[in-house]
Structures are given as C-alpha cells and as structure tokens.
Design a protein around this ligand. Structure first.
Ligand code: NAP
Ligand code: FE
Length: 368
C-alpha cells in the first residue's frame, strides 16, 4: 500500500439547531468576534441572527463585515482586514457560501500578521490565522474542512488558491440554513461537491482514507440524484447534500483538485459562469480523458449511472448547455491551463496541450 499522511484538524458539529446547542464551544477563542458574510443571504436564512444571538448569550462582542461578493477579490479581503484590525477582533466567524468563508481565512491571516500584505498570502512563508469558525450555508465547496481559499486576482486575470493553509477551527453544519436556497444555487453548488468527489478520487494524491471518504460521498450524492433532477429538496436531501459536500471537502483537503477546477477558473473569470457550473460543464470530458478505468467504473457504479453517456445527460439535465464560451477564448484558456502546474500535477498521467484543448472543445461542442 502506498505511503500517505492524513490531516484534517477541523472540529465538525453537525445537526439541526447546532448553534443553539453547541455554540458555547467558541467562547474560548476570545471576547470579540469578527463576522464575515455576504451581502444578503445570511440575513434571510437565519444564520446571521442565530450567530448574533449566540454571541449575545455568551457576552462576546462582535462587528460585522457583510460585503463579501461571489468569487471574492483581494481588494475586499484587504478592506475587511483593515476593519478587523481597527476593531481589535480576537477571532473570525465566516457565514455563507465558499466566498465569505474563504475570505474569512485570508482576513484572519492579515489581521493576525499586522505587517503581512496581500502578496504574502501567496508567498512561501506560512502564516498563522486568527481562529476561524465556519458556518456554511451552501452545500458545495467544503471550505469549512479544507485549508484552501480561492480569490479573484485581477492582476493575473484569474482565480487562484492562496499558498497558506488554514483549516477552520470549528465547522457548524446545519441544513436548516439551506432550506429555500434557489434551485440554481443548490444545483451549481451540488455539482461543485460532485466535482470535488470525482477529482479527489482520481487525483494522484488520493489514498485509502480519501478514497473511503470519496466513495461514501458518492453514495450519499447518488441518493440525491432524483431530488436534483426534480428540483425537489426535502429537508433530508438538504442534509445529505451538506454532508456529501463536507465529505468532498475532506477529500480535496488531502488530494487537491485537478483539471476541471483548473480549467473552470477561466470560465468563471472571463465568462461569469458560477464556480460549480463551470466544473460541471467539464466533468464528463474529464472522465472521458481519464485512463484510471477501474476508478471511473467505481464512480459510475456508486452513482448508479450506467455509462459516461448517461453521466453527461445527467449533468446537462441539471445545469443545461452553455453558449457564452467562444472558440477563440478556448485557445487562450488552454494556454493558461497548460501553465497551471499545480492542477496538472494532480492528474495521474501527463496531459498535453492537445488534451486540454480537446477537453474544452468537446465540452462546448466545437469541432475537434
Ligand atoms: P458563494 O459565492 O459563496 O455564494 C453564491 C451565492 O449564493 C451568493 O449570491 C450568496 O448570497 C448565495 N447564498 C449563499 N448561501 C445561501 C443560502 N443558504 N440561501 C440562498 N442563497 C445563498 O457560493 P459557493 O459556491 O458556496 O462558493 C464559491 C466560492 O468558493 C468560489 O470562489 C470557489 O472558487 C470557492 N471554493 C472554495 C473551495 C475551498 O476549499 N476553499 C473549494 C471549492 C470552491 P450572498 O452573497 O448574499 O451571501
Ligand atoms: Fe470547487
């Protein structure tokens, strides 16, 4: 058996009303919290109020930064960090989808290292963040259990992972905050979780533990397929999607992501395609390219899907076709991806420029 190491240091608390029941475990992190969230959803789904009530009960002060946009920019991170420094906060609570929780990780680093700059987030020196509490309200990124954080970097016109490693100290998982999420967000984020399970399972860094998590995640995901097709999200399905997403996060925390994520960043940056959807558009062709046949077979069998053609039909039933991508854009995206060594190295065999170009072309039905 091959050698491996497994690290996932986040304490996970799962269940309905978990903040009411277990919220007091955060009191050891200090007297002043910094809540990082998006513009609207946490106010509507009750998560922000629940956190504020818990902090009041524990007599912990707080301030709020509620301006994190989708695919957060480094400018937003800088602005929030400046506020957190002024307010002298002790720890951070990220509430929302992957965007605010990723932002919370970088903000926690900049506040805790007063002389650190945005460039240091991408530098070689590892920096410690303030304690981070994560309250995910989408079931997709798994960021509540990964050390990663992804930012829009306008200087290099793409999205990129920072080079720091920040596992949240605690992840509170409560599916009640996901009830009522618009269908397109539920579906795009579910497809992100699916792509984490698949890319992690097929990564060169996969190991016996990450595979066990991925296989369980795929089984739970398969139990949500009919609901996803019919856009019928009962509470039990919300919980399953949330757990599948966290399992998928635990997988990529070990394995990293691979070609669909690397290739999808350009689709998000230049075409405005949401992250999960961008991965989903590339997933079938990624499976076609993979030569790890035994694992591709396992993926299909765990999902209870007969073959890759059916897999493609299932994905398109969820996310539909995309028409905004032009053939000339694909040439540029291919050039960028072939320079993305971090993602390429997770693929088990060498990938040529031709492979990437064809994967894009086939995904968007351009002649190869
Ligand atoms: P998101 O960008 O955080 O949020 C997308 C939209 O969903 C926003 O409009 C948000 O509204 C809304 N929303 C969030 N929760 C909701 C709820 N419960 N009900 C209704 N609307 C809700 O989406 P995401 O897909 O979760 O995160 C994507 C980001 O995470 C990308 O930048 C991606 O690259 C990154 N990512 C990170 C990792 C990692 O390991 N760190 C892994 C994969 C992806 P508001 O803005 O009003 O809150
Ligand atoms: Fe992702």
């Amino acid at each position: 058996m091959k050698e491996f190491e497994y690290l996932m240091s986040t304490r996970i608390c799962f269940g309905k009303d978990i903040i009411h029941k277990n919220g007091n475990i955060i009191s050891k992190y200090g007297r002043k919290a910094f809540i990082i969230t998006g513009k609207a959803s946490s106010k509507k789904n009750g998560s922000l109020d629940d956190v504020k009530n818990m902090l009041d009960k524990l007599d912990i002060c707080y301030c709020i930064f509620d301006e994190v946009e989708e695919n957060p920019t480094l400018e937003t991170v800088e602005r929030a960090a400046a506020m957190g420094k002024r307010e002298n906060v002790d720890f951070i609570i990220g509430i929302g989808g992957g965007s605010p929780i990723d932002a919370a990780k970088a903000i926690g680093i900049l506040i805790n290292n007063s002389s650190a700059s945005i460039d240091d987030l991408f530098g070689e020196r590892q920096l410690q963040a303030l304690p981070i509490i994560a309250l995910p309200t989408t079931a997709g990124t798994g960021t509540e259990v990964t050390p990663y954080a992804i930012f829009t970097d306008h200087r290099i016109q793409t999205k990129r992972n920072f080079s720091q490693k920040v596992f949240p100290n605690i992840a509170f998982l409560d599916a009640k905050y996901l009830v009522g999420t618009p269908d397109h967000i539920t579906i795009n984020t579910a497809v992100d979780a699916l792509s984490h399970l698949i890319e992690g399972y097929l990564s060169v860094k996969s190991n016996i533990l990450s595979d066990a998590l991925a296989e369980k995640g795929l089984i739970i995901f398969s139990e949500c397929i009919e609901a996803l097709k019919h856009r019928d999200f009962q509470y039990e399905i919300r919980e399953k999607l949330l757990i599948a997403s966290t399992l998928a996060g635990m997988v990529i925390a070990q394995t990293g992501t691979s070609l669909p994520h690397g290739m999808g960043y350009a689709l998000t940056y230049f075409n405005g395609i949401p992250h999960g959807r961008a991965n989903g558009l590339l997933l079938k062709e990624y499976l076609e390219l993979s030569s790890w046949m035994s694992k591709v077979k396992n993926i299909l069998s765990l999902l209870k899907i007969n073959n890759l053609k059916e897999f493609g039909e299932f994905i398109y039933e969820l996310i539909g076709k995309e028409t905004s991508v032009k053939e000339e854009q694909i040439e540029r995206y291919t050039e960028a991806m072939i320079g993305n060594k971090d993602k390429l190295k997770n693929h088990p065999v060498e990938v040529s420029k031709e492979d990437i170009l064809n994967m894009y072309k086939n995904s968007f039905n351009f002649p190869v």
